[in-house]
Design a protein around this ligand. Structure first.
Ligand code: XMP
Length: 525
């Protein structure tokens, strides 16, 4: 079988916001890559054997004494290097060139003139009458003098060295960001670097990833049985589909229906996974237990804890039953994905930016004594989605908006009651259905309804009604750390509001949330 990891790129991360984007672009071009913190043990570089190395951007300044530096082993690896932004500046600073701080940060569009023959850019231009590229800049410092052996091949009005190349060593630096789509030739440049210059074959495709993972899972678990907690979310559904393909009936999924899921979600999960795909799924209808456990609790964090604890309890009960009966379950599958792994890895010296550890990585409850199988560990979310579709999961499921673990539990403000959950799930379903019909679902990053436990006066027919309020929330965001409220058309909002009020008895008022994050979070609790 093809070794899809044979041709790979190493990305040394200097802390840029865009590092994962670089990796996703490289992967989209069909080449496997990994992100390591800049101070990752450099002795591992030789064993990793990348065919090229990319130095990412970063928030630091090479003009400071203890600025992060690329390890000597990266230069000794004798493979092409591409420095982006800070990565270019550190190339210059470490190899005998110079950098300086500018009077003002440069952020936004810029034009780069290619002023000398360029391995990176020959044949690539955005203008018919000049060898010029439209790019995206985001930097404070810049390179003021290229190091010996480098030729300045690109300049802009503001900076003397926008591109520098050492053709003999195959070391390159670009001040702009090829990984963002605003740089029109960005993908072409990365392709030039990883395929033409580094010589990587493009083996990283959905079909190859699936074959590779199936082989690896089979090798890892042998004849053992595997247990998986299915949530209805993208990651666990893709793990289920992949493992089912790899080991068939030796996979058992436990799906806990908390009563706090989206409208009819429990039935949908069963229909897709169990009936359609033939995956063995044990459905635990635990709504009563959840509503009882949540009775009287209004504090959001306390509710989260109750919901989380109950999930672990129920999952443990089910696994113990399975283990007691068959005794063959030796593995627990998890939907850990690559960003979780990067975040948890941090850096060896602790000098790289400290990042939170993720709850998905870090082991199992001791008493379960199960080993971990994590077939999505190498994949970004967009890759998980692509292989999900390739494995036959419905697009609609795979491209669903994210849904928080505690579900409707944090979308019902204050105390959670069965009656509220039902009203909310129905209102939410109407909102989502209309978004899909109006072709707006994929244009928003996350959209949902929130139940407000306040009553307001309304008139239903001829009578006065005194009923609940629902808020609609829709946001656009790239990373969910900041978000804009979605500017949904008034006519659309009017239609959703009418439908909710007319179709759901018990709701007489609908409001739209127009708060940005920050300061408002996406969820209301
Ligand atoms: P906030 O509300 O913090 O949400 O702006 C950012 C993203 O995280 C999701 N979220 C959660 N996901 N458990 C989860 O699994 C939680 O407790 C939780 N709280 C928020 C939220 O839906 C959004 O996508």
């Amino acid at each position: 079988m093809t070794n899809i990891h044979s041709d790979k790129i190493l990305i040394l991360d200097f802390g840029a916001q865009y590092t994962q984007l670089i990796a996703r672009r490289v992967r989209e071009l069909g080449v496997y890559c990994e992100i390591w913190a800049w101070d990752h043990d450099p002795a591992e570089i030789a064993a990793f054997a990348p065919k090229g190395i990319i130095f990412s951007g970063g928030p630091e300044s090479t003009t400071l004494v203890d600025a992060p530096k690329a390890p000597q082993q990266a230069f000794d690896a004798d493979v092409p290097i591409l420095g982006i932004c800070y990565g270019m500046q550190t190339l210059a600073a470490q190899l005998g060139g110079a950098t300086e701080a500018a009077e003002a940060r440069e952020f936004g569009h810029a034009s780069v003139d290619i002023v000398a023959p360029s391995q990176l850019f020959d044949g690539l231009s955005d203008h018919a009458d000049a060898h010029r590229l439209d790019v995206w800049m985001s930097h404070g410092d810049h390179v003021s003098k290229a190091p010996p052996g480098f030729v300045v091949t690109g300049t802009t009005e503001r900076i003397p060295v926008a591109v520098m190349e050492n053709a003999e060593k195959r070391w390159y630096g670009v001040q702009f960001h090829p990984e963002v789509t605003h740089t029109k030739q960005g993908s072409a440049l990365l392709k030039r670097f990883i395929t033409d210059i580094c010589g990587c074959a493009t083996l990283w495709t959905a079909a190859n990833i699936i074959d590779d993972q199936i082989a690896r899972v089979r090798e890892q678990v042998g004849e053992d049985h595997v247990l998986l907690g299915l949530s209805g979310g993208v990651d666990s559904s893709v793990v289920a589909a992949l493992l089912h393909k790899a080991i068939g009936d030796r996979l058992t999924c436990v799906f806990v229906d908390t009563g706090l899921l989206r409208w009819q979600e429990g039935d949908q999960v069963m229909a897709t996974m169990a009936e359609h795909m033939g995956v063995k799924v044990i459905r635990v209808n635990a709504a009563d237990r959840y509503f009882t456990a949540l009775e009287g609790e209004a504090d959001p964090e306390a509710k989260r804890k109750i919901i989380g604890r109950l999930f672990v309890e129920i999952f443990d009960e089910e696994s113990e039953k399975l283990i007691a009966h068959g005794g063959k379950v030796k593995w627990l599958a998890q939907g850990t994905i690559y960003p979780d792994v990067i975040e948890s890895a941090g850096s060896k010296t602790g000098k790289a930016h400290v990042i939170k550890s993720h709850h998905n990585v870090g082991g199992l409850p001791e008493h379960m004594k199960l080993k971990l199988v994590e077939p999505l560990r190498e994949l970004f979310k967009d890759e998980v989605r692509r292989i999900g579709v390739a494995l036959g999961l419905p697009r609609e499921m795979v491209y669903r908006h994210p849904f928080p673990g505690p579900g409707l539990g944090v979308r019902i403000l204050g105390e959670v009651k069965r009656e509220y959950a039902e009203l909310l799930a129905r209102a939410d379903a109407i909102f989502i259905e209309e978004l899909r019909k109006a072709d707006l679902y994929d244009k928003t990053s996350q959209a949902f309804a929130v139940f407000l436990p306040v009553k307001s006066v309304g008139v239903v027919g001829d009578a006065r009604a005194y009923e609940w309020v629902v808020a609609l929330r829709a946001v656009e965001t790239i990373d969910f750390m900041t978000a804009h409220w979605a500017h949904l058309p008034y006519e659309f909002l009017g239609k959703v509001s009418n439908r909710i009020i007319n179709e759901i008895r018990g709701i007489s008022r609908v409001v739209y949330d127009i708060s940005g994050k920050p300061p408002a979070t996406i969820e209301w609790e």
